[in-house]
Design a protein around this ligand. Structure first.
Ligand SMILES: C[S@@+](CC[C@H](N)C(=O)[O-])C[C@H]1O[C@@H](n2cnc3c(N)ncnc32)[C@H](O)[C@@H]1O
Length: 204
């Protein structure tokens, strides 16, 4: 095992969010990032329809399903296979493929989502500029999907890796949503370049 992998394993074992996730039965420590964003901003209400892009292993979908309750719906998609979650419609596919988007629309049965989540991340290379470009490309795909999937007035939470193209995306969020914020929740590791863009009140 490389020195950086050893450090990751050591840090992962000690990480309070990893331990909390285990105790509270969340599938990922990432669940706490969404819970912390939700504590600050009114993202979801009972009865809402939520689409979770890049959902595996399913922490965010668990948070969303709890929040929207039995009258709401959650559709989760990932290119990786995901274990079923009660109250979540789980799809497998790449969001860059038309067939995946068709399945998402079908799962929503004509309804548009109240909230679109994307915690998607590219496979990282360790080369910051390349990882940023790939993260921005994923974010671009999500932005293209917004008018098809999100209702007017709805919200978006979008993870991106920081870098030179971030200000342009922030401006786009500002023009498409009534409120746009960029935030790094406490559960996001300081070392990670990820930040979350949150848009509320889609001007669709
Ligand atoms: C950080 S993980 C998501 C963690 C999740 N929010 C949770 O709480 O469990 C990022 C996910 O994005 C997925 N992903 C990346 N690119 C994708 C794409 N083009 N289509 C679908 N899923 C994608 C990856 O397979 C990975 O499972």
């Amino acid at each position: 095992m490389s020195r950086s992998s050893k450090r990751w394993v050591r840090e992962h074992r000690k990480d309070p969010y990893v331990q909390k996730a285990r105790q509270e039965k969340y599938r990922s420590r990432s669940a706490y990032k969404l819970l912390q964003i939700q504590e600050r901003l009114p993202l979801m209400r009972p009865g809402d329809a939520v689409v979770d892009l890049g959902a595996a292993p399913g922490g965010w979908s668990q948070v969303a399903a709890k929040r929207v309750g039995p009258k709401g719906c959650v559709v989760a998609v990932d290119r990786l296979a995901m274990e079923p979650i009660s109250g979540v419609d789980v799809l497998q596919g790449d969001i860059g493929e038309a067939a995946t988007v068709d399945s998402l629309l079908e799962a929503l049965s004509g309804r548009k989502a109240d909230l679109l989540l994307s915690d998607m991340a590219p496979s990282t290379t360790g080369i910051a500029s390349l990882d940023h470009d790939q993260s921005m490309a994923l974010a671009g795909r999500v932005m293209d999907l917004v008018p098809r999937l999100l209702r007017s007035g709805g919200g978006l939470v979008l993870k991106v890796f920081q870098g030179g193209d971030l200000p342009g995306l922030q401006r786009e969020m500002g023009s498409r949503f009534k409120t746009a914020r960029t935030w790094k929740p406490p559960a996001s590791r300081t070392r990670s370049v990820e930040v979350y863009l949150v848009g509320l009140g889609f001007r669709g």
